[in-house]
Design a protein around this ligand. Structure first.
Ligand code: FES
Length: 137
């Protein structure tokens, strides 16, 4: 995972293993908006299971949708997040939890999933944040 700055905000670029991607379909019942119905939180081309253009590479703003703190990466299962934690992000300010695709868990004070900014890949190695991809959803 790396963090870059865009418009004064942290943007995370998170590499997910195939195992991590598989976990994303396993807890929809625990999420507030698993089907991405709040469409303002991601571009149409990221309205998919991983909320990303490339399934193994997430791009999202590292800004909690509650009051704007920056959540902490808790990418690995378990640990101090408990035995049923499959990996994701935890906001220490008021306890919001997000999965590896930035989808918020029910019971969190954050009202919506983390924001996926406009972005596109200029090549396999070059990511441009701030301009929309022309790829279809
Ligand atoms: S700012 Fe993240 S939970 Fe309140």
């Amino acid at each position: 995972m790396i963090t870059v700055e865009w418009r004064g905000k942290p943007v995370w670029v998170v590499s997910l293993t195939d195992e991590m991607v598989k976990t994303l379909g396993q807890h929809d019942d625990k999420l507030s908006d698993p089907q991405l119905e709040v469409t303002s939180q991601q571009p149409d081309y990221c309205k998919n299971a991983t909320r990303s253009i490339k399934p193994n590479l997430m791009v999202m703003e590292g800004v909690c949708t509650h009051l704007g703190c920056s959540p902490s990466p808790k990418l690995q299962p378990g640990g101090d997040m408990g035995g049923d934690w499959q990996g994701g992000f935890f906001c220490p300010c008021h306890g919001s939890k997000f999965d590896l695709a930035g989808r918020v868990f029910k019971g969190s004070p954050a009202p919506t999933n983390l924001m996926v900014p406009p972005h596109q890949y200029l090549s396999d190695a070059v990511l441009l944040i701030g301009e929309h991809s022309k790829e279809a959803a």
